[in-house]
Design a binder for this molecule. Structure first.
Ligand code: SF4
Length: 207
């Protein structure tokens, strides 16, 4: 795949980019500029951004354009999400942002090796495609979406492989939140190494 071996990439398919508040995970509540790449082959049945899946549906966007978008805001934090952003070499984008003093996080399913040194690696494994081993080493945060009660065991299997410093979060799948949140609350009380992540941006009605 051309995208994988091309190391000095300077444009990427981007579905959208916007300045908002990070709603979930460790940085929940922090102002963040989101860059959502297009293209994902993981195929989660409950995916809430299915329109991101086809890379060709999204315009190739230059590094210059992306930096301008970031610099038009007051942000000090960029989240690169998707889609699956690790499908592409993003080192040039990450380095250019960091050179401007901006912290860079990635949200990834961990299914592809990542060529860049990000400041925060949020690893959200999915049942539909296996992660690569490096995801467990790089993860600063393991965020497991709980869709049904069997997912707690699945979450523990991933936690057992994650590095010792990795923070652990359980997040109810949005459409199952009413059923799953009470189970997650009980589970976290019994297993306090985990914390709860909620999609607070959906409560705030922001992107
Ligand atoms: Fe959707 Fe993310 Fe799953 Fe891809 S990895 S299908 S973008 S939820």
């Amino acid at each position: 795949m051309e995208e994988i071996i091309e190391s000095k990439r300077t444009s990427w398919p981007v579905m959208e980019s916007f300045y908002t508040i990070q709603g979930e995970g460790h940085y929940s509540g922090r102002a963040a500029y989101f860059i959502r790449t297009g293209g994902c082959d993981v195929g989660c049945v409950w995916c809430d951004v299915k329109e991101s899946w086809e890379a060709g549906d999204h315009p190739d966007t230059s590094l210059e354009t992306l930096l301008k978008g970031v610099n038009d805001t007051a942000t000090d934090f960029v989240v690169i999400t998707g889609g699956e952003p690790a499908m592409y070499p993003i080192e040039t984008l990450v380095s250019a942002l960091q050179e401007q003093g901006i912290e860079v996080a990635i949200e990834t399913s961990g299914c592809y090796p990542l060529d860049a040194k990000v400041d925060w690696y949020c690893f959200s494994p999915k049942k539909f495609k296996a992660p690569v081993e490096e995801a467990y080493e790089k993860a600063n945060e393991l965020k497991v979406v709980i869709f049904n009660k069997h997912d707690f065991k699945w979450a523990e299997e991933h936690a057992a492989k994650a590095n010792a410093d990795c923070l652990l979060y359980l997040q109810p799948e949005w459409s199952k939140e009413a059923q799953m949140l009470p189970l997650i609350i009980d589970y976290v009380k019994e297993n306090p190494k985990w914390k709860i992540s909620l999609q607070t941006h959906k409560y705030m009605n922001i992107p």
